[in-house]
Every structure is written in C-alpha cells, then in structure tokens.
Design a protein around this ligand. Structure first.
Ligand code: ADP
Length: 603
C-alpha cells in the first residue's frame, strides 16, 4: 500500500484508530515509567537496610579481630624484649633496621690480655690470661675472652683447642663480640656459617653485617632484601617497645601514615603486632563494603572521603572501637539486578509498543482494504448499470417506434428489427458474462476437457467479431503456427477467455485498424497471443487488472465501457487449465496478452 493511500478519504476512522493507539501507548508508557520509579524507591530502601546491616556486621567483626591477637594475616608480629626483637616466625626478619642492643664487654676489659698477646709477644701468657677471664660469670666478658682465647690458640697452631673454644662461643646467645652476635662470629671462624644461618633471623644483625657475612658465605649471589614494610614495621615495633600498659592497642602516625599496634606482654617478652587500620578494616568487611575510619582528631586512618555523605555511620563511642566508621557499599551487584529488571521492563514496554503499532497498522490496512473493495464494488455496480443502460435504451426506443407505428420510413423497419436483435444479443452476452463470472467466482464452473486445435479455436472466436467490425475498416490479422497446436481444454471456457482478450484489444484500440492474433508452439506450451496498438497499460497496473472489478486508468479516462471482470475470468480459466495469462505492454504503443497453455502430447 503506497503512503498516499493512507491520506485518501475517508480519514475519520483512521484518525480515531491512530488516536486510540496513541492514548494506549501513552498509558502503557506512563505506567511503565511509574513502575520503574517505584522500583527504584523500593530498591533504595532495600539498599539502605543492607548498608545498615553491613555496618553492624563490620563492627561485630572488628571487635572480634581486635580481641584476639596476634593475627598473622593482619601484619607482622614481633616478640620484643628490652634488648632484642624477633619476628614471628623469625625467618621473615633476617636483619634489623637498628643495631642490636645485646651486651658486649668494653675493649678495656681485655686490655691486659691483648697487651700480652700483641705488645709483649707472649702468646702463652695471653692464652692463660684469656682462659682465666673466660671462666667469669658475665656472658659478655666471657664471650669476649673466648673469642680472644680461640684466636691466640689458633695463632699458636693449636687448632683443635681453638675449635673447642669456638664451639663454646657458638652456644652463647644474646651477647655480642666486636659489634656482632657471638654465635655468628664463632660459626664464621669454624667455617660453619651457612646461608640458612643468615636467613634464619635467629641472630640480630644489621643490614651491613648481614650483607658482609652474605658476601663471605654466598659470594656469587647478591644479598636478598627484605620487604620495606617489614623493615618499617620492625623499626616501629622497636621504637614503640616501651609503652606502659601490659596489653593495648594504639594508632601511631609516621610520616603522615597511620599504623596500628596491638600488644600483649608475656613471660618471654612483649608480643607486638604492627598492622594498618586499613588492613584490619579489610579483614572485617566484605568485598562490596567500603569503610572510612576517622580517629578522634578527625584524621582519616583508612578509606577515603568520597563515600561519607551516603554512609552508615557508627561512632567510636557507640561501637567501642578506636575509630568512627563510615560504611558504604559498592553497589555493583545490586545495581546490576535493578538494571536488569529495568531493562526487562523497558523491553516489555517496547514489545507492547511494537504490538500496538503493528496491530494498529494491520487494522488500518484492513480498513483501507475493505474501503477499497467497497469502492470497487460500487464502481462495478455503476459500470454494470452503464453497460446495461445503452442496449436497454435502444431496445425500448425501437420497440416504442415499432409499437406505435411511428416509422419515418417503411424501409427502416428491417433495420430496426436487426438492431433490436443485435442489442438483445449484446444484453444476453453481458448477462452470460456476469453469470459465467459468478459461477467461476463461486467455484461452480464445470470444465469438460477435450482435444482442441488452437487454429480452430482462434478462427471460430475471431469469426464471431466479423459482424462487429464489418464496414469499420478494422481487421483481425491471424498469424498461423507452422505446426498443429493441440491443447486439452474446455472449448467453451477457452473461447470465453480468448473472446474477452480479443474484445479488449478491439475495445481499447478503436483508432487502430489492426489487431493481431497468433499462436505457436513453445516447448511444451501453446501460446496464443493477442496484440493491439492501443494505449498500453502502465506497469503499476499490470498486476491489478487481473483482479475482479479493477479497471485501468486508461480505460476509465477514455470512457471505454466495461465491468472489470473480463481479465479476472480469463485468469480463472487459465488456472483451471494449468496455464497462465501474461501481459506485455508499452504505454502508448500497445499491449500483448498471451494465453499460455500446456500443449497436448502428440499421439
Ligand atoms: P474491462 O471490462 O474494464 O475491460 P477487463 O477485466 O477486461 O475489464 O480489463 C481490466 C482492465 O485492463 C481494463 O479496464 C483496462 O484498463 C485494461 N485492459 C485490458 N485489456 C487492455 C488492452 N488491450 N489495452 C489496454 N488496456 C487493457
């Protein structure tokens, strides 16, 4: 249906339909929009509830975490004594970021022995002196003496004795000699110092000492470095070792970064955990929860300011935690569910709109179609009336003249009778055409097939027109086929079809003298062609003219009479014969109608 058809009259029904659709769409759209809004409100409330629950859960978790310590997941744990710091487990800290506080005897303690050893050159006396000193109770002095004793023994070639002394020195923990743990020095001297000793973290070494011994034990590999945060944590633990309370927790700021200390004193020393508020909060909350913690001075110890306006707040006093908490939730999971729901809703609305629009379109189309059919039918009724009117008028006038004896001349009587006969025949043909058409439309037409020679058929049908064209100077020219063309057909029905097509050719080319009819065999078909030089048929009408009641624009413009049922009837007949009717036309130059029928197989 072309767009222009929609604008044709009557438009009222279509306008009402369009308005109804528009109103329905608006109502559906409005309800959909309200639904989405309601959904968003409910979702916001639900989200708030979840947030409050998450905040409560976080507080409970945090309290539990801060109660039980140490927790290695939260950060390094150290055992701190006034003189040492050992990481738990020790292997993690293989050097210390500060010098060891283990005691060492002052150099003056050994001055006398060293004078005997070096200045006076009396190694034997020095050995005796050191041995005596090594018997002292003070570990630092003893260690210093043992080291020097072993040295002098080794120098004087008493290797076995020297080894025995170094072995003693090796067992001494918590003392230094020459600024280094005594055990390390002894193991070095015994050539027993290994990579594992250095990495064990058992003896407090500075980084310089560690790297020095490493280069001696593993000269080929560069010394490993500890994670900087472990080093920093160790330094912090050492610096904060002397806090008063025997258990506690505190937030400590270093260079603008907050750390969190948790400690508890035990028999071996103070267990001290260094962590960050962020790490604690992380372990207390789920992944979708973001927490900002603020201390009593208003400093942010963890998290960022961004979520604070929408957060669920738990004050420090209320929660009995070291900080006030602002809990927010990253809503990705929930949002995607809402979005999915909204998307479904929108999709459902779009589908409804599409159905409404499609429904409206099809109803409008059906209305248009019904209007077009009604118009065609009314055109048909007026066309039939016109067709009948002129023969009836002639018959009536001539009958009146004859009945009243008002003949102008006696010679005319014969002519009038002839005219009465031909007009009555015309009326009969019209009635038969309508009856035939009605029968075919109702599917009541019975076909009786027999062998029909196309030449016979064409000659008989064209002969019927001789009387009609006699004296008009017009001619039906036949082009015979080279071979006999036989068709299995209902002779009468096929005659009706050909008659209609020839009648049209003559009717629509009144100014042209010749109409051509030819037939020939084409493969397995027989084609009967009727050609004229009439006005032709525009391409857009070439399909429609085969529908009932449809009359072409040229026909109506030229005022040619007709009922618009001829070609519909021809198509019925062709279909019943397993054939078809084709039209080729050049507007202004003429048309050719071809009846294409299956050829009969030669016996
Ligand atoms: P009608 O009674 O109008 O002739 P038909 O069904 O026989 O009805 O033809 C349908 C329409 O086809 C005609 O109204 C006319 O416009 C067109 N038509 C048919 N035959 C010809 C032809 N030979 N030349 C031009 N137009 C034709």
């Amino acid at each position: 249906m072309s767009p222009r058809v929609w604008l044709e009259r009557p438009r009222g029904l279509l306008v009402i339909l369009f308005l109804l659709t528009l109103v329905s769409m608006s109502v559906v759209g409005w309800f959909g929009w309200r639904l989405i809004q309601q959904d968003a409100i409910v979702d916001r409330q639900y989200a708030r509830e979840r947030l409050e629950q998450a905040a409560d859960r976080t507080v409970v978790n945090l309290r539990a975490i801060l109660r039980e310590e140490p927790n290695f997941k939260l950060g390094p744990v150290f055992l701190v004594t006034p003189t040492s710091l050992i990481a738990e487990p020790p292997a993690r800290l293989f050097y210390l970021p500060f010098p060891s506080a283990d005691p060492e005897a002052p150099a003056a303690t050994f001055a006398e022995g060293e004078s005997l050893e070096f200045t006076q050159g009396q190694p034997e006396s020095a050995t005796t002196w050191y041995r005596r000193l090594a018997a002292t109770q003070d570990p630092a002095t003893r260690a210093g003496a043992l080291l020097r004793l072993a040295r002098t023994l080794r120098k004087s070639g008493r290797e076995r004795d020297a080894v025995a002394v170094y072995k003693q020195l090796e067992t001494m923990e918590g003392v230094q000699v020459a600024g280094t743990p005594a055990a390390i020095v002894a193991r070095e001297a015994l050539h027993e110092l290994s990579k594992d000793d250095l990495l064990s973290g058992r003896w407090p070494l500075t980084r310089g000492q560690f790297e020095f011994y490493w280069s001696r034990v593993v000269p080929d590999d560069p010394p490993p470095a500890m994670p900087p945060d472990l080093e920093q944590a160790a330094l912090l633990a050492w610096n904060e070792r002397s806090r008063q309370a025997d258990r506690g927790r505190a937030t400590v700021w270093t260079n603008g970064h907050p750390s969190f200390l948790i400690w508890r004193d035990t028999a071996e020393g103070r267990i001290l955990q260094v962590t960050t508020p962020a790490a604690i909060l992380r372990s207390a909350s789920s992944e979708s929860t973001a927490i900002t913690a603020i201390d009593s001075d208003g400093r942010i110890v963890a998290g960022s300011k961004t979520g604070i306006p929408r957060a669920a707040v738990r004050s420090a006093s209320e929660s009995q935690l070291p900080w006030a908490l602002y809990v927010t939730q990253s809503n990705s999971g929930r949002n995607s569910a809402v979005l999915a729901r909204q998307r479904y809703l929108l999709f459902a609305m779009v589908v409804m709109f599409a159905f409404l629009a499609a429904g409206t379109y099809f109803i409008a189309r059906a209305i248009r179609h019904e209007i077009a059919v009604a118009r065609l039918q009314s055109d048909f009724v007026s066309a039939v009336s016109h067709e009948f009117r002129s023969p009836l008028t002639s018959i009536r006038q001539l009958s009146e003249i004859l009945a009243l004896g008002r003949l102008p001349h006696e010679d005319r009587r014969h002519l009038y009778y002839r005219t009465l006969v031909s007009e009555t025949e015309r009326l009969q043909r019209l009635v038969e055409k309508l009856l035939n058409f009605g029968g075919m439309e109702a599917g009541k037409r019975q076909y009786h097939f027999e062998a029909v020679d196309a030449a016979d058929l064409v000659e008989n049908v064209t002969a019927e027109f001789e009387g009609q064209i006699a004296g008009s100077g017009r001619l039906i020219e036949l082009h015979r086929a080279a071979t006999r063309c036989c068709i299995e057909a209902d002779r009468e029905a096929l005659s009706i079809a050909l008659r209609n097509v020839v009648d049209n050719a003559l009717k629509y080319s009144p100014e042209q003298p010749t109409v051509w009819v030819e037939w020939e065999r084409e493969n397995n078909s027989v084609a009967i062609r009727v050609r004229d030089q009439g006005p032709g048929i525009p391409a857009c009408e070439r399909k429609a003219i085969f529908h009932k009641f449809v009359r072409g624009s040229a026909a109506t413009k030229a005022g040619v009479k007709g009922m618009g049922v001829g070609l519909a009837m021809v198509r019925h007949i062709m279909t019943a014969h397993g054939g078809e009717i084709l039209v080729a036309s050049e507007p202004g130059r003429g048309s050719t109608f071809t009846l294409l029928l299956p050829a009969m197989k030669e016996a």
